[in-house]
Design a protein around this ligand. Structure first.
Ligand code: SF4
Length: 962
């Protein structure tokens, strides 16, 4: 039969080819969002990664980082075997050793410390997702010197939220994406809550809700905002307080909400000079008092049958005066100082912008009130026919946190939400369980002098929430007991520790010398430290008398050959996140959403092909070798011989409460609490590696006061008692610190700290000029310099990833086109960026959407040449740069010679967004093509194979079937 040339040829196209022969579920670790993923494998190799549509965090959404997890797993920078340093620190000369030798060495170093003085161990972790374990291990070891990276991340936001509303943004709460009509995002925030915010913004855009971005830089999420307010860095607090001024002046606040849910009506003693001035008036049982307008008498503030006054001045039974907390708040913020006309120039804005913002917020909150027809009962048994919402919501993270005035700014933001009545109301901010917790959570940091003893665990966790001077970790002279000086008079409420000061203090021996620094996933010799040249000096400096390193020993665990590795004495190589068991625990930082409680696991997708071990397994093994009580049976044997998976299933922090809340009880049918279930991990795997409990509609809002929710939270083990959680407009613990500084009480700050505590420990938010700005000559350093994280990268792991490097190969310094014209700078020019600390050279990229007085760059892309097993001429090393080089760790000297950390005075949060610089065009002969400063190239490791110059990943997994 002849071929018909006119016949339509039907090409056979396989629309859905089989790309994998196996699919496994697990949890992404390419950033901190912890999305659910499906990993497709073919012939035992990872073929591709897909979002899990059923997962509560991402519902199938996957970002660039998540899909590039393959390249993280197959990174040429992966460590392959335990290493012992044989050359000088920094030389990169190591000897490969066996695990047994590595563990013996670590055990011998650590046991000696534990037997003598456990605080000589400083154990700090970076962006680790097993803080439920690491903190517990430190406490069992007996050292107070433990924290993760929160001190240089966003502790101001977390602490301000936890002390004010018993929750905060991101892991602690989220906007009501379904109902909000007006959403304001402050500052750099996209690096936390990546996919969930993208999905939320998508919902807002679909519904036509307004999105306002208050940010010096219009990139990332701000690029799709309906309105961009290009504020001057470090002045957000002033803007928020001015909005509050406008709302108070126009009487557009939710008074009913304030009376029901906050300490607005609690009476504050007014007796200047007295030891209880500024504290709440309380009855003999310690319960706060209010003025009952119904019968003009003093009454218990928590009574439900009173009509409390929130303004005025009243006589206490002892004859002294007291005023409701709200009276103090209103007096302060109604003052002219906060008028938009007075505030606007400092914020670099027009007064009308602030006025309009306040009007729009008030209009949506009160004229577009939202009503959900859901009956609910409050903590006192009062029934409500519906849920009334104020559909204004907000989000902020590091942008407003990383300033030396960040704590008060973050608190101001929460107070604005409270005044609107939008905290956990429909359309507003919503708590994610296990939050709300009492504000602050009733957990005190352990580490007082008498709590640190040889061979003994501490009686509690190293991190917590001080309520007054009595909870500080200081000795009888007021000196810190922690190496990072957290919870001391320098940073009393440093709820996440002060990791960025550890190397500096350990090097100086201030407040004491440590023996060993043990770190995990913390690139402290590069992008996790400020002032890198000094940091490298501290790591390599030797004691003139002994010839030993000033910081005697450094043990480090990481999966990759980062800039930190050459400075370590013992390296314990970790696996990638696709090679181990993990749990995303409610005891740590969970993945819940406002509608339900959830946690998840990681399962090994592949077996390691190198001699590496999961750090969590190693920590548990060290725990049993060191005979830490919680990791050792009575007969002296290991309590968790099966390592981390064994611990995840069988460890109980309290009876019935373990690392995972799902599938508990012997039969796996209990939620929240229940005895260990031997099949728990298998059941998580069967359930796509997560567990979630959806709340009933009646439990979903007003969680701080909702009886059904509070009862449920107790049942699930999220909180201890079903008591109302009272929102703290007026923060009494701060006043307690201030009273101590004024000379009251038995625990007072050393004289050198008194003025600082008096000034900054104000129980109502204040604004002050960031410390660096106040200290420098604004003419000499006229510009602000910021960093932010690109959407496609996260920390320094991302910028070594073969796929993600193709998106951001190196970073430039972004600058306003208008400003550049004034400085005669053109696109692509090289410039010198000078701060009071040092100078760097970078290449300019001009743009429109940036505050004229601000320059910025992407964070953590610049790398030290030779690190991460990148080639010596990789652009990250030759052209990339870090602003860290020119950020000071310390503030200028005080008249008494003392230098405080460059940090928030309340929480110790690193103030790296306070940086002020000058920009100077490099002359043609200086310009070149390489950024500065450059450091010696890190020696490539002989044991780690160099990466290929040409990457054809598809070829690697192609088979003859493809
Ligand atoms: S946002 Fe992206 S990188 Fe982060 S966990 Fe989700 S998929 Fe992974």
């Amino acid at each position: 039969m002849s071929i018909n040339p006119f016949a339509t040829v039907q090409e056979k196209v396989e629309k859905s080819p089989k790309v994998s022969d196996e699919v496994k579920y697990t949890t992404c670790y390419m950033c901190a969002c912890r999305c659910g993923i499906k990993v497709h494998l073919k012939n035992g190799e990872i073929r591709y990664i897909e979002g899990n549509r059923n997962h509560p965090v991402n519902k199938g959404v996957l970002c660039a980082k998540g899909s590039a997890g393959i390249m993280q797993h197959y990174s040429p920078a992966r460590l392959t075997k335990p290493l012992k340093r044989i050359g000088e620190r920094g030389s990169g000369e190591f000897k490969e050793i066996e695990w047994d030798e590595a563990l013996q060495l670590a055990t011998s170093w650590l046991s000696n410390i534990r037997e003598t003085d456990p605080k000589k161990l400083a154990f700090f972790t970076g962006r680790d997702q097993s803080q439920g374990l690491t903190g517990f291990w430190a406490s069992q070891f007996g050292t107070p010197n433990h924290a993760a990276h929160g001190g240089f991340c966003s502790v101001n936001m977390a602490a301000a939220g936890l002390y004010t509303i018993g929750g905060s943004f991101w892991e602690f709460g989220e906007p009501d994406w379904e109902h909000t009509k007006y959403f304001i995002m402050f500052g750099v925030a996209e690096d936390h809550d990546s996919n969930p915010i993208k999905m939320g913004l998508g919902k807002l855009k679909t519904r036509g809700a307004k999105f306002v971005s208050v940010n010096p830089i219009k990139t990332g999420y701000s690029a799709i905002a309906d309105q961009w307010i290009g504020i001057r860095p470090g002045t957000d607090g002033l803007l928020v307080l001015s909005v509050i001024h406008e709302l108070l002046k126009s009487n557009q606040i939710d008074l009913g909400y304030l009376v029901r849910y906050t300490n607005a009506p609690w009476l504050v003693i007014q007796d200047e000079g007295a030891p209880d001035h500024g504290l709440f008036a309380r009855d003999d049982e310690g319960s706060p008092l209010s003025w009952n307008k119904a019968n003009d008498t003093i009454a218990p503030a928590l009574a439900t049958d009173i009509t409390p006054a929130i303004v005025g001045s009243y006589e206490l039974p002892d004859g002294r005066n007291a005023v409701p907390a709200f009276q103090l708040l209103a007096e302060r913020y109604m003052a002219d100082e906060y008028k938009p006309e007075n505030v606007a120039p400092k914020c670099g804005l027009k007064a009308d912008i602030i006025k309009n913002l306040a009007q729009e917020i008030a209009h949506v909150a009160f004229q577009e009130e939202l009503k959900l027809d859901v009956e609910w009962t409050d903590w006192a048994g009062r029934k409500h026919k519906s849920m009334i919402g104020r559909p204004v919501s907000m989000h902020a993270m590091r942008g407003i946190s990383a300033h030396s005035n960040g704590f008060h700014t973050c608190r101001a933001l929460h107070i604005l939400q409270i005044l609107l009545g939008s905290i956990d109301a429909p359309g507003g901010f919503r708590y994610k369980p296990p939050f709300p917790k009492p504000a602050p959570p009733p957990l005190k940091p352990a580490g007082k002098v008498d709590q640190i003893n040889p061979n003994s665990p501490m009686p509690g966790p190293p991190l917590g929430f001080p309520m007054g001077p009595e909870d500080l970790l200081v000795d009888e002279n007021g000196d810190p007991t922690r190496i990072d000086k957290a919870f001391s008079w320098e940073a009393p409420i440093s709820a996440h520790g002060v990791m960025h000061m550890v190397l500096n203090n350990a090097w100086k021996g201030d407040p004491y010398e440590v023996d060993t620094i043990f770190m995990y996933m913390a690139n402290m010799s590069w992008n996790s430290s400020m002032n890198i040249p000094d940091t490298l000096r501290m790591l390599t400096d030797k004691n003139n008398e002994t010839g030993e390193y000033q910081i005697p020993r450094i043990i480090y665990s990481d999966a990759f050959y980062s800039e930190m590795i050459p400075y370590c004495d013992l390296v314990l190589p970790d696996t990638t996140y696709l090679e181990r068991w993990d749990c995303i625990s409610l005891l740590d930082r969970p993945i819940c959403d406002a509608d339900g409680v959830a946690d998840s696991i990681r399962q090994p997708i592949l077996k390691p092909d190198r001699d590496v071990r999961p750090f969590q397994d190693v920590l548990i093994e060290l725990g049993s070798r060191l005979k830490l009580p919680a990791f050792t049976n009575e007969d002296g044997n290991a309590k968790y011989p099966g390592g981390y998976p064994d611990y995840i299933v069988n460890h109980e922090r309290a009876p019935g409460i373990g690392p995972l809340a799902g599938f508990r009880g012997e039969d796996g049918n209990s939620e929240g609490k229940g005895s260990p279930n031997p099949r728990q991990l298998a059941q998580y795997v069967e359930n796509q590696c997560f567990w979630r409990h959806e709340f009933e509609p009646t439990e979903k809002y007003f969680k701080h006061s909702n009886k059904a929710y509070l009862d449920k939270a107790v049942k699930l083990g999220l909180i201890g008692a079903p008591n109302q959680i009272i929102l703290q407009l007026y923060l009494e613990p701060l006043q307690k610190f201030r009273l101590a500084a004024e000379g009251h009480g038995s625990i007072q700050p050393p004289d050198q700290h008194r003025e600082r505590i008096k000034k900054y420990f104000d129980p109502l938010p204040i604004y002050y000029t960031p410390f660096e700005e106040a200290a420098i000559d604004a003419k000499e350093f006229p510009m602000h310099a910021l960093t932010q994280r690109p959407m496609a990268m996260y920390h320094s792991w991302g910028s070594q990833n073969a796929w993600l490097r193709q998106i951001h190969g190196f970073n430039k310094l972004y600058m306003s086109r208008i400003k550049a014209e004034k400085l005669n700078i053109e696109n692509g020019d090289w410039v010198f960026v000078k701060s009071s600390e040092g100078r760097l050279k970078a290449q300019i990229q001009l743009m429109e959407g940036v505050n004229e007085d601000t320059v910025w760059t992407w964070n953590a892309i610049g790398k030290r040449r030779g690190a991460w097993n990148l080639s010596d001429n990789a652009p990250e090393g030759t052209k990339g740069f870090l602003l860290n080089h020119i950020i000071s760790q310390l503030l200028p000297e005080k008249p008494n010679g003392y230098r405080y950390a460059n940090a928030d005075p309340i929480t110790g949060q690193a103030a790296w967004f306070d940086l002020r610089v000058s920009i100077e065009k490099a002359e043609p002969e200086q310009a070149g093509v390489v950024s500065e400063p450059q450091f010696d190239t890190i020696k490539p490791m002989s044991t780690v194979k160099r990466g290929n110059n040409v990457l054809r990943y598809g070829e690697k997994v192609k088979t003859k079937d493809d």
